[in-house]
Design a protein. Structure first.
Length: 184
């Protein structure tokens, strides 16, 4: 018998009371306990990014996070991104950009790619290249200075077996408001 905990998880704006084995990952809670199967399980070992969600606005591999450590934090999965403050209601601008730029083929990696992209675009001023300057008044980085190389680097934790990378990079550049998205 392994130790279990009663926890409350806040996911996509809703609180869920759960009794879970302490070793349960956030990924398994999302998929198996709450039926939020938009978040995918690829490797289950932190290698592929398919399970990426946002925790307090930062991208996290949910297969590597114990659900008990996510208590009292704001979790957003792909099912909730459109309802984010910048979400646009029906489709988040990053989701729209993935559609417009064919940033997906089979779609298995896509929820993770999109959550990762939203997290990446929110990483204002933290380790961004020097040409992506932070506006000192607003504290917001000028994401439109991103280029394809930087986006590839920032998104390198999310693998795509279908090789939809060109479309993914274009989509992220567009969502960033970047000028001159790369040629295909
Ligand atoms: Fe989590 Fe692959 S399933 S990184
Ligand atoms: Fe198939 Fe990325 S679209 S794995």
């Amino acid at each position: 018998h392994s130790p279990s905990s009663d926890i409350i998880l806040r996911i996509n704006g809703t609180s869920h009371s759960l009794t879970i084995d302490n070793r349960t990952t956030l990924l398994d809670v999302l998929r198996e306990r709450l039926g939020l199967t938009g978040t995918k399980k690829g490797c289950d070992h932190g290698q592929c990014g398919a399970c990426t969600v946002l925790v307090d606005g930062e991208r996290v591999n949910s297969c590597l996070m114990f659900a008990v450590t996510a208590e009292e934090r704001e979790i957003v999965s792909i099912e909730g991104v459109a309802a984010l403050p910048d979400g646009g209601g029906e489709l988040h601008p990053v989701q729209r950009a993935f559609l417009d730029h064919d940033g997906l083929q089979c779609g298995y990696c896509t929820p993770g790619q999109i959550c990762s992209a939203i997290g990446a675009l929110g990483e204002a001023g933290r380790g961004w290249p020097s040409h992506v300057t932070e506006d000192t008044a607003t504290g917001v980085a000028d994401a439109s200075a991103l280029d394809a190389r930087e986006v590839r680097e920032r998104m390198s934790g999310n693998l795509c077996r279908c090789g939809a990378y060109n479309g993914i990079v274009e989509a992220v550049l567009e969502a960033a408001g970047a000028q001159g998205a790369q040629d295909t």
